[in-house]
Design a protein around this ligand. Structure first.
Ligand code: UT7
Length: 329
């Protein structure tokens, strides 16, 4: 019997309607549209008001199932990459299953910050490859506005809310996820973390007063690690799979900073036309960036396209996935 691989057979995304532009930031912090654009590539981002992260997942999965004409009861497993879960427990994946009516699925979250989608996709693929699972959904969604300090100008301008979902199904024609290279380094915590709200520092009047429930990021340090590691891991996955620049149809990079994306693409020897970039519209939606790119570009993807997904994020976590696209739109 031919080897079973996990192929993406459908995708959908969700973005909240509210748009926050760089000009809007000029009204609340000491910044300029020019600084944000030149340092990050971001022009605007979306903000989800009054609803939790599961709402992003719910809309994305509902759109995906409607588009594919699939009954929610057919789904076996749902994995959600997020660092902004609705609650510490139950998992956001669990809540999405309830909202959508995926009553036969079991579900869990993966906490890997900006690498959340890559980690979740790699994990989900293993279940498909066993032959036991036929329909698995991977969600990458974050409501970063719920943990961002809008008084911290170095951090608040880069993040936004949104996400997407993909359907994974077994494939025996060599399409789908071919390889994954994944890494983590917990010593990176010092540069990027959420200080309070977990068991290390439970919520108290003091933690709230000290603004410790917001993302703490040393941008410059994170930038250096991100540039090196995202480029290295992308080069590594090319080397491991004997891929030359000309063999790659698309790079799907995490959208944290245009300068990090450019460095990764240069290291891989890829021209701009092969790189998915939508950071100017949505900013950094953490686990949401990669499915949102695939969703935006879905109509341009062709069966058999060689695609490399690459990400770096808090933890530190980073990795790359090489997959062959499985359908024409
Ligand atoms: O996706 C998860 C992983 N996260 C990342 O990948 C983020 C990686 N880091 C970055 O993308 C960049 O470090 C930032 C965009 C966060 C910051 O850009 P930077 O070029 O590293 O700026 P910086 O922090 O070194 O600050 C340079 C200057 C400073 O002023 P002085 O000290 O040179 O006078 C900052 O105070 O820019 C100032 N600055 C700002 N000025 C206007 C910082 N933020 C702003 C701002 N508007 N929003």
């Amino acid at each position: 019997m031919s080897k079973i691989t996990a192929a993406i057979t459908g995708i959908a995304g969700y973005l909240p309607e509210k748009v926050m532009t760089n000009k809007d930031f000029e009204k609340i912090i000491d910044t300029t549209d020019e600084w944000i654009t030149t340092r990050t590539g971001i022009k605007e981002r979306r903000i989800l008001e009054g609803k939790p992260t599961s709402e992003i997942g719910y809309h994305a999965v509902k759109r995906l199932l409607d588009k594919k004409g699939i009954d929610p009861l057919e789904i076996d497993l749902v994995i959600c990459g997020t660092v902004t879960p609705d609650h510490t427990f139950p998992s956001t994946a669990n809540i999405i299953c309830d909202k959508v009516g995926m009553k036969n699925a079991w579900s869990f979250d993966i906490n890997a910050a900006c690498s959340g989608f890559i980690y979740s996709l790699a994990t989900a693929s293993q279940f498909i490859e066993t032959g036991k699972y036929k329909k698995v959904i991977v969600v990458g969604a974050d409501k970063m506005s719920s943990i961002i300090d809008y008084q911290d100008r170095t951090t608040c301008v880069i993040f936004g809310d949104g996400g997407g979902a993909v359907l994974l199904e077994p494939n025996t024609d060599g399409l789908g996820v071919i390889d994954a290279v994944l890494h983590s380094d917990g010593s990176g915590k010092q540069y990027l973390h959420q200080p309070a709200g977990g068991s290390a520092l439970p919520a108290s009047h003091e933690t709230v007063a000290k603004r410790q429930h917001y993302v703490y990021q040393e941008g410059k340090a994170v930038f250096k690690f991100a540039v090196t590691n995202m480029a290295d891991v992308s080069a590594k996955i090319m080397e491991r799979n004997n891929l030359k620049s000309e063999d790659i149809d698309w790079l799907v990079p995490h959208q944290a900073n245009l300068r990090i994306i450019d460095a990764t693409a240069n290291r891989m020897g890829l021209p701009k036309e092969k790189v998915m970039i939508n950071i100017q519209k949505y900013g950094n939606t953490t686990a949401g960036t990669l499915p949102l790119c695939l969703w935006d570009w879905e109509n341009q993807l062709k069966k058999g396209d060689n695609i490399v997904l690459s990400a770096f994020g808090g933890g530190f976590t980073w990795g790359a996935i090489y997959l062959k696209w499985a359908y024409n739109s």
